[in-house]
Design a binder for this molecule. Structure first.
Ligand code: MG
Length: 155
């Protein structure tokens, strides 16, 4: 932290345009499962970090959400270095609820993109990074699914 606090450019954030870090949600920042899933995806007895109640197609669904270990610390640190953008191929109603909980009123996950911002390509969703920033040399993406950014092999 010595380096960061003593760098005058980083102490004056307005002087440097921060690069963009695009973050996926499912299997990157969190893992979730919902009512009615029979296959066990977490160790039995592991309590979720939070439960979301979402209405999908007029059916109430409960999502049991497990945060990746230390994700709050991770977000706090990278939010000092990058402009954070959430980009999930999930439905907005679910993605926004997860992002709200991870943001926890800190205002670090304000920019969000969802399934409707993806392109359906051979049955899977590709994230259109050009919607975020026209200068792709300033964009990083952290995503468990390489298919999400296959349109941008250099990113
Ligand atoms: Mg994912």
């Amino acid at each position: 932290m010595y380096f960061l606090t003593n760098n005058p450019l980083l102490r004056a954030p307005g002087l440097v345009r921060r690069k963009v870090l695009v973050l996926d949600l499912d299997e990157t920042l969190i893992h979730s499962h919902h009512d009615g899933v029979l296959r066990q995806t977490v160790k039995p007895g592991t309590p979720p970090d939070f439960i979301l109640k979402v209405t999908i197609d007029r059916h109430p669904v409960r999502f049991f959400v497990h945060k990746r270990p230390h994700v709050d610390f991770f977000l706090e640190v990278v939010s000092r270095w990058y402009e954070l953008v959430v980009f999930t191929a999930s439905m907005e109603i679910y993605g926004t609820a997860v992002a709200d909980r991870l943001d926890a009123n800190k205002g670090i996950l304000r920019r969000r993109y969802y399934r409707q911002h993806c392109t359906l390509d051979f049955g899977s969703y590709t994230k259109d990074l050009s919607a975020i920033c026209s200068d792709l040399s300033s964009v990083f993406i952290l995503d468990n699914s390489p298919g999400a950014y296959r349109s941008y092999p250099g990113t």
